[in-house]
Design a protein. Structure first.
Ligand SMILES: Cc1cc2nc3c(=O)[nH]c(=O)nc-3n(C[C@H](O)[C@H](O)[C@H](O)COP(=O)(O)OP(=O)(O)OC[C@H]3O[C@@H](n4cnc5c(N)ncnc54)[C@H](O)[C@@H]3O)c2cc1C
Length: 326
């Protein structure tokens, strides 16, 4: 029986929270599955990050330090991870469900002839085997998957579980990544940071967000923005709103948008899919307005209003304006 290998991600020299969340899952599974937790850190000058992970639940951490790993590169990352899988004797490989994970994890699985489970939010032990839990149908159902292959690669949704807490005394082992430069076909050119057009939701104390339930772009101006203005807050949105072109991407809250932690978050006509929740569930106080009493957003709400947002939101805006003497 093989071990668990966590493929770490680093950002500005530090281990990303999503990696520590996988460490929490791996540590919980290791005993019941009879496996050891191991990790690999890929990059250039990554000694400090590897040390950090070894103390935060990463077990034995393989540090693959290589020029070709300095920036994300699908060919180099896939090759180095294959080397780490062999060194770790791993048969369960955990990768973050992030843009780089989406890119290289399926390729890794295909190359290993392994089972592949994408976007799971938890992994549980059942009968000595790992069962992968995914949300389906917009969070209405949980699917529990038991792959039939000996080796499994899984991507894990960031923010779906708490990060590993506590201290461990794993060790760091330098790993010759064994990269064949001739087989690295992708070439890194530059990193472009998207230009923000003035909305920085991460700094807002109050956010009023609208989802698909708002129905049309002009309804944001007529219904959601006035409540945000009355509260002195900012307006946010779920992804379908941005995908439909109703609001620009900087308004998007969630796993592929901004992660926000305001004092007050009001979700209007948002169902509460996991990808939205990971972007706002750490808010101090959450109010959800939704006409479907079973919407998953109510699971994270401090106050839930089951009703039509076009009745509730204007009434709230009016009451706040009146209370402020407006
Ligand atoms: C890789 C990936 C990344 C993603 N990243 C993000 C992300 O960053 N952010 C994000 O938000 N999503 C993201 N998603 C999409 C996510 O899975 C959901 O599809 C999305 O969050 C749903 O948005 P919603 O709640 O606005 O729409 P829906 O799920 O369609 O929900 C609309 C809600 O409005 C309610 N409603 C309708 N009319 C009214 C009314 N008049 N009054 C009150 N309530 C009403 C309905 O009951 C329903 O609950 C991502 C998905 C994937 C696969």
């Amino acid at each position: 029986m093989g071990n668990i290998l966590i493929v770490a991600e680093i950002q500005k020299g530090k281990i990303r929270e999503a990696t520590l969340e996988m460490a929490a899952i791996a540590q919980k599974l290791a005993g019941p599955l009879g496996k050891e937790v191991k990790s690999v850190v890929l990059g250039k000058d990554i000694g400090a990050a590897a040390e950090e992970l070894s103390k935060k639940g990463g077990g034995e951490v393989f540090a693959a330090d290589h020029e070709l790993l300095a920036n994300y590169n699908v060919d180099a990352f896939t090759q180095a991870t294959r080397t780490a899988i062999e060194a770790a004797g791993a048969d369960l490989i955990l990768v973050s469900n992030t843009p780089s994970g989406w890119d290289f994890a399926p390729r890794l699985a295909a190359g290993l002839d392994a089972g592949f489970v994408s976007d799971c939010f938890n992994i549980e032990e059942e009968g000595g085997k790992p069962v992968f839990v995914r949300r389906v149908f917009n969070g209405k159902l949980d699917a529990r998957l038991l792959p039939q292959t000996d080796v499994v690669v899984a991507t894990v949704q960031p923010g779906a579980t708490a990060a590993f807490e506590g201290a461990t005394d794993g060790k760091v082992t330098n790993l010759d990544a064994g990269i064949d430069a001739a087989a690295v076909r992708a070439k890194f050119i530059e990193t472009k940071v998207a230009e923000s057009k003035g909305v920085d939701l991460t700094k807002a104390d109050i956010i009023v967000s609208g989802g698909r339930g708002v129905g049309a772009p002009e309804k944001f101006t007529e219904t959601i923005q006035p409540l945000a203005d009355a509260l002195g807050g900012a307006m946010g949105a779920s992804r379908p709103v941005v995908d439909a072109g109703w609001l620009p991407h900087e308004y998007q809250v969630g796993s592929s948008g901004q992660v926000v932690t305001p004092k007050l978050y009001i979700a209007c006509g948002i169902s509460g899919a996991i990808q939205h929740l990971v972007g706002m569930k750490a808010s101090n106080f959450i109010v959800a307005i939704n006409k479907d009493g079973d919407a998953p957003i109510f699971e994270v709400a401090d106050v839930g209003v089951v009703g039509d947002l076009f009745e509730v939101v204007p009434a709230l805006t009016k009451a706040i304006s009146e209370a402020k003497g407006g």
